[in-house]
Design a protein around this ligand. Structure first.
Ligand code: ADP
Ligand code: MG
Length: 748
């Protein structure tokens, strides 16, 4: 990202439908210095990229205001909880309005239908004897309902005159036409009492309010996943200072503090255990149902649950730096971003409303030409306006993405963006790194082979000091092995790691080179009696060469367990019609051994990180859509090259920032889960779009009365309102179905 570009997120109030999205995006983009404005209807959020030299927050805010909405700077995520709770209040308010509106609408409908239902009314308001009173009392019952729906009118007409009509415009014009026409009829005659549409207007408003409140409730339910992550954060912690315990507010905890964590309580921030051991339940972050044992020296993650022991934890990261904050941020961003489908849906929704207004006028005009009664004409025009709200269309994609990413987060599968979630569904090749992905990634030294100039101890001594600074699992294994011997300390300098090849350092004055064969060749190490040494390497084990002062001193053999779930996951991925390819920097024999154990037939071995990304590129040029699973550090080029870079087992910053999909657990089954979830979400979006679209396409001609000349039914405006409200609700309910998706389904 360029330095001069800033991104801010705004909470938007007053958005009522998908049509608002594009008018708001337009308004924001018009501000000087704004590069991109993305508005998400499901979250009521706008994300704006702008150049701070030209634009500032208050300009953006006033642009939002001018467009008819209100904005405020998006809260940091600890305020998200507040926002969530406020939504609950807002829902209660909306629900109150619904009850209020229905309280007047129900008697009104009964009154209006009385003659049809054969109810006898008191003489004073009887339609036969006192038609004017009968009409007037209906008007009186209507006024409070119009009041309840005042927002529709304010917004709808405002946007109408701004030439960016939205769904409120449709409702406002539709119901005003109904009420206006009725009043006109009422004032015109005192004899004949036909042509009253008060109840129609009221039913439309009540139903739409009802639909909105249901939709609102469902949106609250959809953001539950992220809210439940937030609730994991405790408000207080126990600080240990000179052996004394005191309670401290979580915001005041600093890195380096020692916190005491009692059994049954939540780890408040990220840190390292300095005393005690316990089983931690990390399921909320990783989806892993089995509690994991943690002892002194291991890292603990804020938000996880301490089940039995007492722990003292030294704080490493607080506030926005913590893993949990990173996760929440990532989920929020991905829910805010837009996928290709949702961009398209927004475009359709934007042109929809003007087209519908046009169709409704045209159909009214045609009915007038055909000599229809005024009553009928009004009824058709209103029905078209009401039924054609593109609300469901606008909700179809964001609501599914909201639920999909939320479910992912709950199960330790984090999608960077909506686009990532969308692109994952049609991957057809998955590249998998061997070390640490297919295998445990905790190799152990199994054998030391030396030439006659060195003893095994010497070899290990030099190798372990050279590897001291290495992050590579092989390097760590060598260092671990050396712990068994109590070597004297020695001086190490000039440490250099070459990812995919090995390390180099000056130990005790000697140049030590450790790594694979090509690294030895590049460093001009004399191989001497290599063929003999090679014979001693156990079959299938990984071996690294150690060169000291230009000569091959020996070979360290290492064994790495293949993960139990690897084979099953590879099988499941292939079952989905996806090709699995193994990539490794390791040599042929160990690579083939792992491939055989996991059922992989397509593999590339002995390759450098750059070559990994080249191979991926080649596949992509042939038209494959590639996902790459790696450990996020030395596989960075390959992860970046793939359509979807998947990093595993790390909640680290690098992983959260550099990949499209982060798996919180080192478990290939999470790849299977991510693929299934993405496919299910995409299918859900398609269903939603299909529903929403066909609903509008089918219902508009019916509402316009197209079937009537052929003896088909006409659609009463009240029914149109009911259908419209139902369509939004059905889309939302369909997406909520995704919530039953869980990791345990894949892990069996
Ligand atoms: P993978 O693709 O299996 O993750 P890497 O690309 O990380 O493997 O490394 C490729 C090879 O480079 C290893 O098999 C090993 O031979 C050598 N290598 C890399 N780093 C080190 C190190 N720190 N110590 C010894 N050997 C190393
Ligand atoms: Mg690796």
């Amino acid at each position: 990202m360029e330095k001069s570009i800033k991104v801010i997120n705004l909470d938007i109030q007053g958005m009522t439908c998908a049509g608002c999205v594009s008018s708001l995006e337009k308004a924001l983009s018009k501000v000087d210095g704004v590069h991109l404005a993305e508005v998400n209807f499901a979250l009521n959020r706008a994300s704006v990229r702008y150049n701070p030299e030209f634009a500032n927050y208050s300009q953006l805010e006033s642009a939002v205001k001018a467009a008819g909405f209100s904005a405020r700077l998006k809260c940091e995520n600890n305020e998200f909880a507040e926002l969530y709770e406020k939504s609950e209040d807002e829902y209660q308010k909306l629900y109150g309005q619904v009850k209020f509106a229905l309280g007047f609408t129900v008697p009104l409908v009964l009154l209006a239908m009385a003659p049809m239902l054969g109810l006898s009314l008191p003489v004073i308001i009887s339609p036969e004897t006192k038609p004017l009173n009968y009409g007037m009392i209906q008007l009186l019952l209507t006024l409070p309902v119009l009041w309840a729906g005042r927002n529709f009118y304010a917004k709808g007409f405002f946007l109408f005159f701004n030439l960016s009509p939205n769904m409120d415009t449709l409702i406002a014009t539709g119901t005003s036409a109904a009420v206006g026409f009725s009043i006109w009829n009422l004032s015109g005659t005192s004899q004949n009492i036909g042509g009253l549409y008060f109840e129609t207007a009221c039913v439309i408003i009540s139903l739409i309010l009802l639909g909105k409140s249901l939709e609102f409730k469902s949106r609250i339910r959809a953001s539950e996943a992220i809210y439940s992550l937030l609730k994991l954060r405790p408000k207080e912690a126990v600080l240990v200072n000179n052996g004394k315990e005191s309670s401290i507010l979580i915001d005041l905890v600093e890195s380096g503090d020692i916190l005491r964590i009692l059994p049954g309580s939540t780890i408040p921030v990220d840190g390292v255990i300095v005393k005690g051991s316990s089983y931690l339940d990390e399921s909320m972050l990783t989806g892993e149902p089995v509690a994991v044992k943690k002892t002194v020296g291991t890292e603990v993650i804020g938000g996880t649950l301490n089940t039995n022991g007492v722990l003292d934890v030294k704080v490493k990261r607080v506030g926005a730096e913590t893993t949990l904050s990173g996760i929440i941020q990532m989920v929020e961003n991905s829910q805010l971003s837009k996928s290709r489908v949702s961009r398209m849906a927004d475009k359709v929704a934007a042109v929809f409303v003007p087209i519908v207004l046009f169709i409704s006028l045209v159909s009214g005009f045609l009915w007038w030409l055909s000599g229809a009664e005024v009553n009928e004409i009004v009824s058709y025009t209103i029905a078209v306006m009401v039924i054609a709200c593109p609300c469901a269309l606008g909700l179809a994609t964001p609501i599914a993405i909201l639920v999909g990413t939320g479910i992912g987060a709950r199960n330790g599968v984090l999608f960077r963006s909506a686009l990532a979630l969308e692109s994952t569904h049609d991957l057809n090749t998955i590249f998998i790194d061997k070390t640490g992905t297919l295998t445990e990634g905790c190799p152990k030294v199994t054998k030391l082979i030396t030439n006659e100039d060195f003893t095994k101890e010497d070899l290990l001594f030099y190798a372990s000091y050279a590897e001291k600074g290495s992050e590579h699992p092989l390097g760590k294994a060598v260092v671990d092995e050396a712990k068994k011997y109590s070597f004297n300390s020695t001086e190490v300098s000039g440490f250099e790691a070459k990812p995919g090849f090995g390390v180099k350092a000056l130990v005790n004055g000697y140049t030590v080179i450790i790594g694979n064969q090509s690294f030895m060749e590049a460093e001009k190490i004399l191989f001497g009696n290599l063929p003999e040494i090679a014979k001693e390497i156990p079959k299938g084990s990984t071996s690294v060469f150690v060169g000291i002062e230009g000569e091959l001193a020996g070979v360290i053999c290492l064994g790495d367990q293949t993960r139990l779930e690897s084979k099953q996951s590879v099988f499941k991925i292939r079952e989905m019609g996806i090709e699995v390819v193994m990539l490794t920097g390791d040599q042929e024999t160990p690579a083939k051994a792992v491939a055989k154990k996991t059922g992989i037939t397509n593999l590339h071995f002995g390759i450098s990180p750059e070559e990994k990304s080249k191979i991926i590129k080649k596949y992509q040029q042939k038209g494959y859509r590639v996902g790459m699973v790696g450990d996020g550090i030395n596989d960075a080029p390959a992860l970046a090259q793939a359509e979807i870079g998947i990093s595993m087992g790390t909640g680290t910053d690098v992983a959260l920032k550099s990949s499209d999909l982060v798996l919180m657990k080192n478990d290939l089954r999470q790849v299977v889960f991510a693929l299934l979830l993405s496919r299910a979400t995409l299918k859900n979006i398609q269903q939603n779009l299909f529903w929403a679209f066909s609903y509008n396409v089918i219902s508009i001609p019916i509402a316009a009365g197209l079937l009537v000349p052929f003896g088909g039914p006409a659609l009463h405006p009240m029914l149109a309102a009911a259908a419209m409200a139902l369509s939004s609700v059905s889309v939302v309910l369909n997406s909520l179905r995704l919530r039953k998706f869980s990791f345990s389904q894949v892990s069996q």
